[in-house]
Design a binder for this molecule. Structure first.
Ligand SMILES: C[S@@+](CC[C@H](N)C(=O)[O-])C[C@H]1O[C@@H](n2cnc3c(N)ncnc32)[C@H](O)[C@@H]1O
Length: 274
C-alpha cells in the first residue's frame, strides 16, 4: 500500500472538506489510504500527489465520483434507530395529516445511503394512510452524494439478511421474493421515493417547496460543528413551521446555536409560530 505524506493528506483532506463537508482528522490517514489504495493501483499512480492532481484536472467528473464512493461511510439498515420511526408514525403523521389542507406531506431523507431509511418511511406512510393513501401526495425525496449507494437504492433489491429486522407483515406486503435469498420492494413503495444525487454542501438548495420533515441522520457526524450548524440553518429555512428534524442518535444540536426547539433526544421542531 502506498504511503501518504502529511502534506498529501492535508491537501486531500482539505479538498474533501471544502467540497463535501467531510472532515478527516489526522488520525484518519490510515483509513483514507486504505480506502483509496485500490484506486491508485488501478490507475498506476505512484503517489497521492499525482492522484490529487488527477482529481482536480479531471473534467469528466468520474474521478470525483469514485473518490466520493470511497470516502463516504454508507452504513445503514431498515428500521435503524426505530424510536424515530415510531415517533414519526405515532406523533408526526397524525399531527401533519390532521392539519394539512392540501393533502401533501413532504419528507426529505438527506443522506439516504442505499435506501433503507426512505423505504422504511414509505412503508410507514403506506400503512398509516391505508385506503386513504390515494388522496395524498406523500412522496419522499431521498438524496445522497454517493452514486454507488443511489444505484442500490433505486433498484430496491435487498438480501434476506438486510430485511431480517423488518416486521413479518411488511415482508409479506411490501416485498417480492427474487432468487438467491434476495427480495425486491414492490413498485408501489419504490415509486413513493424520489432519488436524487445532491451534495449537502451545495450553495443553493433547489427545492421549490418547504419540507414538513427532514431526516438527516448519521450524516453530520462526519462534518465539523460549523459545517453542521450552517446546514442545520439551511434545513430550518427550508422547513414548514411545525416541521420536524431528525438527526442521528449519537448527534445533538447545541440549543444556543439553533432556532429549532428540542423535542426528544435527536428530534427537533420548527415552532408553529415563527
Ligand atoms: C452513514 S450514512 C447514513 C444513512 C442513513 N441516513 C442512516 O442513518 O442510516 C451517511 C450518508 O451520508 C452521505 N453523505 C455524506 N456527506 C454528504 C454530503 N456532503 N452530501 C450528501 N450526502 C452526504 C454518505 O454518502 C452516506 O451515504
Amino acid at each position: 500500500m502506498l504511503n501518504i505524506s502529511d502534506k498529501e493528506f492535508k491537501q486531500l483532506a482539505d479538498f474533501i472538506k471544502a467540497n463535501y463537508g467531510i472532515y478527516l482528522k489526522d488520525e484518519k490517514q490510515t483509513l483514507l489510504t486504505g480506502r483509496l489504495s485500490n484506486v491508485l493501483e488501478e490507475k498506476n499512480f505512484t503517489s497521492f500527489a499525482d492522484y490529487f492532481n488527477y482529481i482536480v484536472a479531471d473534467k469528466t467528473g468520474d474521478a470525483v465520483v469514485t473518490l466520493i464512493d470511497k470516502i463516504t461511510t454508507n452504513h445503514t439498515f431498515f428500521m435503524r434507530e426505530v424510536d424515530h420511526f415510531n415517533f414519526y408514525r405515532d406523533k408526526v403523521l397524525p399531527q401533519l395529516a390532521s392539519h394539512s389542507k392540501t393533502k401533501d406531506l413532504r419528507t426529505w431523507s438527506a443522506g439516504c445511503s442505499s435506501g433503507e431509511e426512505p423505504y422504511t418511511l414509505a412503508m410507514i406512510i403506506d400503512e398509516f394512510f391505508g385506503m386513504d393513501k390515494k388522496w395524498w401526495d406523500t412522496k419522499i425525496l431521498a438524496t445522497d452524494i454517493s452514486t454507488k449507494v443511489l444505484d442500490i437504492a433505486l433498484k430496491g433489491v435487498y438480501t434476506s439478511e438486510r430485511i431480517a429486522t423488518i416486521p413479518a407483515n411488511w415482508k409479506l406486503n411490501y416485498f417480492e421474493k427474487l432468487e438467491k435469498e434476495k427480495s425486491v420492494l414492490i413498485s408501489k413503495i419504490r415509486n413513493e421515493v424520489i432519488y436524487r444525487k445532491f451534495n449537502l454542501m451545495d450553495k443553493t438548495f433547489p427545492f421549490k417547496k418547504k419540507f414538513h420533515v427532514i431526516f438527516c441522520r448519521n450524516v453530520m457526524i462526519y462534518f465539523d460543528n460549523q459545517t453542521k450548524m450552517d446546514l442545520v440553518k439551511k434545513f430550518y429555512d427550508l422547513m414548514e413551521p411545525g416541521g420536524y428534524l431528525f438527526i442521528g442518535h449519537s448527534e445533538s444540536l447545541n440549543r444556543n446555536e439553533t432556532e429549532y426547539k428540542y423535542i426528544l433526544p435527536s428530534i427537533y421542531r420548527k415552532e408553529l409560530q415563527v
